[in-house]
Design a protein around this ligand. Structure first.
Ligand code: SF4
Length: 254
């Protein structure tokens, strides 16, 4: 659950929601047995609501096809809705001690700068991450790389205080920063303020507490123009996050 929440949201914003989720759904089956609307309500503040729907679907797959137990290996985890390579490997490594490399934007920067000192393609980054896995303590190794990338080897690196500084190839050899165009390194996100993502979040925020008419939704997100709101509501219905009955809109129940 935490890995899905952290896919596009920072740790500080996830903590409260994660605790609320665990209180409400102490097992995958508890989440699966509850209506989707319950998951969407608990998702308040996290954004990217398709992840909540995917998490709910994954919980139902775990309940129906895996006896209520989260699969332990990355390949089976990849079969769950909303679980990509990073999330599958992170769960397999951190929860179950499997020998798999965890590669995200933070690790991608460390590999490109400290190890290769050149831009890495997707296959190269994955192969390099796997070659670096130690014989033992794989989860700690993966966590250390994630922390290095998050604390020191950031988009603007903090080389002066970095514990890898004396072994880092880019720090020692210099040259163009190889990280920005490397595999797994995310590009800068578009502005949130005024975006469709923000308006979608505000629509769902209203429907979390009450059913509403389109007119009420338009008033709630004013001054966004009505045509844009109608398009976003249509998308939310298509995504299975919102239901429309006659003129009423509500969070999807199932
Ligand atoms: S020394 Fe600088 S570039 Fe190298 S790993 Fe540390 S923060 Fe990244």
């Amino acid at each position: 659950m935490s890995e899905v929440m952290l896919q596009q949201t920072q740790v500080a914003r996830v903590l409260d929601s994660w605790r609320r989720f665990l209180d409400a759904f102490p097992s995958p089956s508890a989440c699966a047995d509850a209506p989707l609307a319950s998951t969407l309500r608990l998702w308040a503040g996290l954004g990217y609501h398709r992840r909540a729907k995917a998490l709910h679907e994954a919980a139902r797959t775990i309940r129906d096809e895996h006896g209520g137990e989260v699969p332990r290996d990355a390949t089976t985890l990849r079969g769950l809705r909303g679980v990509g390579e990073y999330t599958a490997n992170a769960v397999a490594s951190f929860a179950f001690g499997q020998r798999v490399a965890v590669l995200d934007t933070n690790v991608g920067r460390v590999l490109a700068r400290a190890v290769a000192n050149r831009t890495l393609g997707t296959r190269e980054a994955r192969d390099l991450a796997e070659r670096l896995l130690p014989a033992r303590g794989v989860a700690s190794h993966n966590q250390a790389l994630l922390d290095l990338g998050a604390q020191y080897c950031r988009a603007t690196p903090r080389c002066a205080s970095c514990p890898l500084a004396r072994a880092c190839r880019w720090n020692l050899d210099g040259g163009e920063d190889p990280a920005p165009l490397s595999a797994a390194v995310s590009r800068r996100q578009s502005n949130f303020e005024g975006s469709d993502r923000q308006v979608r979040g505000r629509i769902i925020g209203l429907l979390r507490s009450e059913e509403a008419s389109m007119t009420a939704v338009v008033a709630h997100v004013a001054p966004v123009e009505r045509a844009r709101v109608e398009r976003l509501v249509t998308d939310l219905v298509k995504d299975g996050l919102v239901e429309r009955t006659g003129r009423r809109l509500r969070l999807a129940a199932s």
